[in-house]
Design a protein around this ligand. Structure first.
Ligand code: DUT
Ligand code: MG
Length: 568
């Protein structure tokens, strides 16, 4: 809030001025009645009346000003928090990211921030106004008619007790409402992303039901909260109206006895209403604050998640490194998993050579690749690039040298060129063409009217699986890194394209270290070394020939694929 101190100061000053004017009104009215009407002095009535109109108009103007500055502060604050959250989440370790999950992260950085922002706006407008009004009202009322003020001794504690009871009930409901928003978000997100699967498996009805359950649950809690909040106002009105009755009654007796004037009673009544109204405003605020607090807690949970993967204080710098990758006794487990995914992995992937990793699904191949750019940190052992532990380098330094093609090609909405720019920020058209050529993507890109400026929909929805994969390869190639990581990147390509791509790749990446994960034996046969991964452990390392001669698991993979091809 610090950057907004000046605006907040304006809010307080304008509120104070507005309240002074409003507090003046009943006093002016009292003098109209007690002096103007009692003496039949018409010019006096008109003069004071004009003052009253002026005060009222000025008060309106000031309130507009208050709203203006309050909105500016609240909106600005919301924007700042969203920005901080976004930047923080982008730098998050993936372990932390997995823990909260994208659905909740989206709710937290939109809906929760909005809650806080709204309450902030309300605090600025009402919570500065209400206490000032309360104090001013009490001073003026008591100084005017100390005798009548005893009524407040009854009304105020009663109101306070009621407010306390209601807020005690409402606050937990607000917290659970926020959790249910998360759940709704999760379900909507999941079924929208999986819409094709949902339809293909005739799960539309089931999805509807799943969504309806969550939706109704949300509604029920929402209704409960609203019922409670709705009961607040009538209860307050009852207290207020009975207070007015008591004031008029006692006031009438006092007027009858000649202790008080009519105008005074009218003014006192108005001050009493101001006092009670400001109490109601305060109580509304007190109920809204816990609601925002629930959101604040959720936001802080994200902000306080420290970045588990940190750059070292004194990073080592690689000079003229060729891209030698070494695993030394590496073990790794995902957060919360009981069994490690990888155990005692040791191997060397040398520059100018291709290291292939093969193994059944779930063997840990993708996990192994993710450890190299430090998307996750190893649990045990170490990974070295050119002899330096990856944890002793800055993440930027490591990643600048790596071209990673993930198993699931993820593209961003934008043009093909913009997507390639993720690989290299300032790549020119020439470089793009070259990368696309090697990735065997030229054909389909150039077929499009706009070439590299063709627009790609969110997540590459308007491309085929193989096209996405090839663009994702081109994105890695354009960086010209020392180390290439291909995670099953040729799986969606037909045999011919697969072979052509690998041939073209070979020509340009002759000095680089290539580590590729593959399912097909045909993709790995030419590799300089093949690592057979089985349930997170290395079951054998060697060339195709060597493994074929003496590795049972490799033999099994080869024979099963031969059988498949023969069958086809
Ligand atoms: N796993 C997790 N969390 C993740 C990713 C994977 O718990 O974020 C588990 C699932 C699996 C194991 O780790 O049991 C290995 O997964 P990986 O993706 O490394 O397997 P793979 O060898 O790449 O399988 P595939 O050939 O299906 O790509
Ligand atoms: Mg995988």
């Amino acid at each position: 809030m610090k950057p907004y101190s000046l605006q907040i100061f304006y809010v307080v000053i304008l509120t104070l001025a507005g309240i002074l004017l409003e507090l003046l009104l009943p006093t002016l009215m009292a003098s109209i009645v007690d002096i103007g009407i009692v003496n039949g002095d018409i010019p006096y009535i008109i003069k004071i009346g004009a003052w009253m109109i002026l005060c009222a108009l000025a008060a309106v103007g000031l309130t507009v000003g208050v709203s203006f500055f309050a909105s500016k502060v609240a909106q600005g604050f919301g924007r700042d928090v969203r920005k901080t959250l976004f930047v923080h989440v982008e730098n998050f370790s993936l372990q932390a990211f997995d823990k909260i999950g994208p659905a909740s992260l989206i709710t937290r950085s939109t809906n929760d921030v909005k809650q806080v922002q709204d309450v902030l706006n309300m605090i600025l407008r009402m919570m500065t106004r209400a206490p000032l009004m309360l104090i001013g009202g009490i001073i003026l009322a008591v100084s005017r008619e100390p005798g009548l003020s005893v009524i407040f001794l009854g009304a105020l504690p009663l109101l306070a007790i009621l407010i306390f009871i209601i807020s005690r009930k409402a606050i937990p409901l607000f917290v659970s409402l926020q959790k249910k928003t998360d759940k709704l978000n999760l379900l909507v997100r999941e079924s929208l992303i999986g819409v094709r699967v949902v339809r293909a498996f005739n799960r539309v009805q089931a999805e509807k039901k799943r969504f309806n359950t969550a939706n109704e649950d949300f509604r029920d809690t929402g209704i409960k909260v609203n019922k409670l909040m709705a009961s607040l106002f009538p209860i307050m009105m009852i207290v207020m109206n009975f207070t007015s009755i008591a004031i008029v009654w006692l006031g009438a007796i006092r007027i009858d006895q000649g202790h008080m004037q009519v105008g005074n009673l009218m003014a006192f009544l108005q001050y009493a209403m101001m006092i009670l109204m400001s109490l109601i405003m305060l109580s509304m605020g007190l109920i809204m604050i816990p609601r925002a607090q629930a959101s604040v807690k959720r936001i802080n949970e994200v902000l306080s998640m420290h970045q588990e993967i940190k750059d070292p204080d004194n990073p080592k710098v690689v000079k003229n490194g060729k891209g030698l990758v070494e695993f030394q006794n590496v073990s790794f487990r995902y957060e919360g998993a009981e069994k490690p995914v990888l155990q005692h992995i040791s191997f060397r992937a040398e520059p100018g050579k291709t290291t292939a990793i093969i193994g059944s699904t779930g063997a840990g191949k993708s996990t192994l690749l993710k450890l190299i750019p430090r998307l996750y940190d190893v649990e045990d052992g170490n990974i070295r690039i050119d002899g330096i532990d990856v944890r002793d380098m800055t993440q930027k330094q490591i990643r600048d040298r790596i071209g990673y093609v993930p198993q699931k090609a993820s593209l961003f909405s934008g043009t093909i060129a913009e997507n390639l720019n993720y690989g290299k920020k300032d790549a020119n058209e020439e470089e793009m063409k070259e990368a696309l050529e090697i990735a065997q993507a030229t054909d389909f890109v150039m077929k499009k009217d706009e070439g590299v400026h063709t627009f790609i929909e969110q997540a590459g929805a308007n491309l085929s699986g193989g096209q996405k994969q090839r663009l994702s390869i081109a994105r890695a190639l354009i960086r010209k890194p020392n180390i290439y990581l291909f995670d099953d990147s040729f799986s969606a390509l037909d045999y011919k394209t697969d072979a052509a791509l690998r041939k073209a790749l070979h020509a340009v990446t002759s000095d680089a270290t290539i580590i590729l994960v593959a399912q097909r034996v045909s993709t790995v046969v030419d590799a300089d070394q093949i690592i057979v991964l089985n349930e997170g452990k290395i079951a054998g390392i060697g060339t195709h020939k060597e493994l074929l001669a003496n590795n049972a698991i490799y033999q099994e993979i080869v024979s099963s694929q031969h059988a498949e091809e023969a069958g086809a």
